[in-house]
Design a protein around this ligand. Structure first.
Ligand code: PLP
Length: 500
């Protein structure tokens, strides 16, 4: 149990908000308010009811209804308290705009702390975090994750690397405000969150963990622990990813750590600034139901872990398609792997990971979460049992038919970022011009550009564009399996820069 609230915590066996919505949906009501579909399938709403089902309409209740979400003792408030309790947080916010909203909230919140405005941040941050840096006018000081250069995959940050980055920032006189890291990674690599929290706290700053891909953590003894229980002060959770709620629903958790008192009102303000005033009851209700399912689903989660491990064993026995997470022990930043993910090196098929993903969806109806130049990653939801036999058969058939000659070219070494010449926010909102690549060298970038693989931003607003970076971006862009996110054109011939 976490900090006692002024209000009693209902039992984890209940779903207060979802139950209140369901009860309301069954009432005989006259709806003279929004939404205009009137919560029933008559009239023009029959098309929508045919599309998503009448129950979805009936549950699509607008905000501020007494007995549902109005007031501090409402069923919605109880549901958020239950979620905080389930994830080990002091307080949890239910979000309707994904973990992207949670990242922006976290950045805005730490920007309001009385300490400094420098955020020591993992360079491979999601774009929503960069948006938060711009919104909160933070000054990032980057720490690079470890990189699997053979496969173009980025992992996490060790406490030692974080310590070095914090010392470096301190030495140049940067006033420290917070630390931001990602765990787990796309590939399921889990960082030493407790160690990272210890380092951040020793420097007097809070730790924000982007745990977007780990919302299921902590709900089975064989799953890694939730960052909220390991010392993270704020944990970003993309609950819809692997937590079982509807797409777009997410949470931000505040832990009961040394910064909780200061952060709580700041997070609340950031929530008010970023949450829609009409958050979907379906999305928020799905968070309540997903929490209940995770809390009570330990046995089913255990079965999924076993099923997924059996699938990995099948590939190991075949031997042609290595399980990437089997090599995680080579990286000092990785302390565990998410057992619900299967990361596979598909080089032996002679196809890129992207081509394998496309073939599997088009020819076999198998849809994968992620592909890279050399790999694919399959995600299995907790408590789910998709047909991994069909997946294995299709994958091994591709290995059987392997074309000769790999499609996966070598990528040049990642360039060092240019100097941060101006605050990112000033560069982003300043007067811009678009110039050819040859004229961009030495100028200040107004955009964030990241070449995939490995997907680490190569330049962010405020940084100098170097000749090395331009060459790297253009080389990756020219590869049949590479692309540059944020580029003005696919070949990266032009850059948006700050006007002189
Ligand atoms: C590390 C990370 N953080 C945050 C997000 C944003 O999540 P959402 O799609 O829920 O907004 C993503 C999305 O993929 C992500 O990979």
């Amino acid at each position: 149990m976490t900090r006692s609230s002024r209000y009693p915590l209902p039992s984890q066996a209940t779903t207060p908000y979802a139950t209140a919505l369901t009860r309301h949906a069954k009432r005989d009501t006259v709806n003279l308010m929004v939404p205009g579909h009137g919560a029933s399938p008559d009239g023009l709403a029959h098309e929508l009811a045919a599309f998503i089902g009448p129950q979805a309409l009936a549950l699509d209740v607008p905000p501020l209804i007494p007995g549902i979400d109005a007031g501090p003792e409402s069923p919605l408030a109880s549901a958020t308290r239950l979620a905080a309790d389930a994830w080990g947080a002091r307080r949890t916010w239910f979000l309707a705009n994904g973990a992207s909203q949670a990242n922006r909230m976290a950045a805005l919140a730490v920007a309001g702390l009385s300490g400094g405005d420098t955020i020591v941040a993992q360079r491979s941050a999601h774009s929503s975090f960069t948006d938060g840096v711009l919104l909160g006018d933070l000054l990032p000081h980057f720490v690079f994750p470890s990189i699997d250069t053979d496969r173009g995959i980025n992992h996490g940050v060790t406490p030692a690397a974080l310590e070095a980055a914090l010392q470096e920032a301190t030495e140049v006189g940067a006033p420290l405000g917070a630390v931001y890291v990602i765990s787990p990674s796309y590939f399921g690599a889990v960082a030493d969150v407790a160690g990272l929290a210890g380092v951040a706290h020793a420097h007097g700053v809070p730790l924000v963990v982007d745990g977007a891909w780990g919302s299921h953590f902590g709900f089975h003894p064989e799953l890694p622990e939730s960052p909220t229980r390991l010392g993270a002060d704020l944990t970003v959770s993309s609950t819809h990813k692997l937590g079982g709620s509807l797409t777009q629903s997410a949470m931000l958790h505040l832990s009961d750590g040394p910064f909780a008192e200061a952060l709580e009102p700041l997070v609340e303000r950031a929530y008010m600034m970023t949450q829609t005033t009409s958050a979907s009851a379906l999305l928020l209700g799905s968070l309540d139901v997903a929490r209940h399912a995770l809390v009570h689903g330990t046995a089913q989660i255990g079965e999924t872990i076993e099923t997924v491990e059996a699938f990995r064993e099948r590939l190991r026995a075949d031997g042609r398609l290595p399980i990437i997470s089997d090599g995680f022990e080579m990286y000092s930043d990785i302390v565990a792997a998410d057992p619900l993910r299967v990361s596979i090196d598909v080089s032996a098929t002679g196809l890129s990971g992207h081509a394998v993903r496309d073939r599997l969806s088009a020819e076999n109806g198998i849809f994968l979460e992620l592909s890279t130049a050399t790999a694919i990653v399959a995600f299995v939801g907790p408590g789910k049992h998709p047909d991994l036999g069909r997946f294995g058969d299709a994958l091994l058939a591709l290995a059987d038919a392997a074309s000769t000659g790999s499609e996966t070219p070598d990528f040049p070494e990642l360039p060092r970022p240019g100097r941060m010449l101006i605050r990112p926010r000033l560069a982003y909102f300043g007067r811009h011009e678009i110039v050819p690549a040859s004229e961009a060298v030495g100028r200040v970038s107004a955009d964030s550009l990241a070449a995939y693989p490995p997907g680490i931003p190569n330049v962010v607003p405020g940084e100098e564009i170097t000749a090395e970076t331009v060459a790297f971006l253009q080389t990756v862009a020219a590869s049949p399996i590479g692309y540059v996110r944020g580029a003005l054109d696919p070949a990266v011939t032009h850059f948006r820069v700050l006007a002189d």
